[in-house]
Design a binder for this molecule. Sequence first.
Ligand code: GTP
Ligand code: MG
Length: 198
Amino acid sequence: HFNKASYLMSAPTLALCPPETGVEVCFAGRSNAGKSSAINTLTNNGKLARTSKTPGRTQMINFFTLGNPDQRLVDLPGYGYAKVPLAMKIEWEKHLSQYLQERKSLAGMVLMMDVRHPLQEFDTTMINWAVSAEMPVHILLTKADKLKKGPAQTMLLNVRKHLKEAKADDLVSVQLFSSLKRTGLPELNVVLNRWFLG
Ligand code: GTP
Ligand code: MG
């Protein structure tokens, strides 16, 4: 049913988000990691979430409904963009942590990390926040088309190993993904359907 997605609204802060009814899944990650592209690939709608070569494209919390307003996908602004002023960064991290820890309708987080450099600064903070809120996380190692099969698989195993060592592997899963080649889509669908159907 993800191809029924349509734009609902954008909110600059948690206070201005739509009511916390139903189920919502957020897409988070560093700026330029491929969050908006992943939403478009999942929904088979290239025009739904705005993508860009310029990091920092998505600046609001963007809500999409899946035909039913009580089922939502949320495209979050990226973090870690070097050109954003520090005060804005701190402000945004505060909003993010509030959204993750307080949003009652949030059933899970899809965390996007470029397969070539996963687990950067703040990625692990996001994982820790989610785990402390007992919220499941599904990591997409994006742009998998940029690596050959062997190196991509090695990155996947490295991230799995890290999660195991951090004792986060019961709440956090990880897979390879490419919006360009549409690889990893069935795996993502299984996870999201589980979250939406509870
Ligand atoms: P912000 O909104 O700025 O945080 O970025 P974002 O995470 O939403 O990234 P976005 O989806 O806009 O993609 C950033 C860039 O990466 C764009 O130029 C995309 O075309 C490119 N990109 C996204 N997914 C893939 C992929 O699977 N493969 C390749 N090769 N490029 C991709
Ligand atoms: Mg975006």
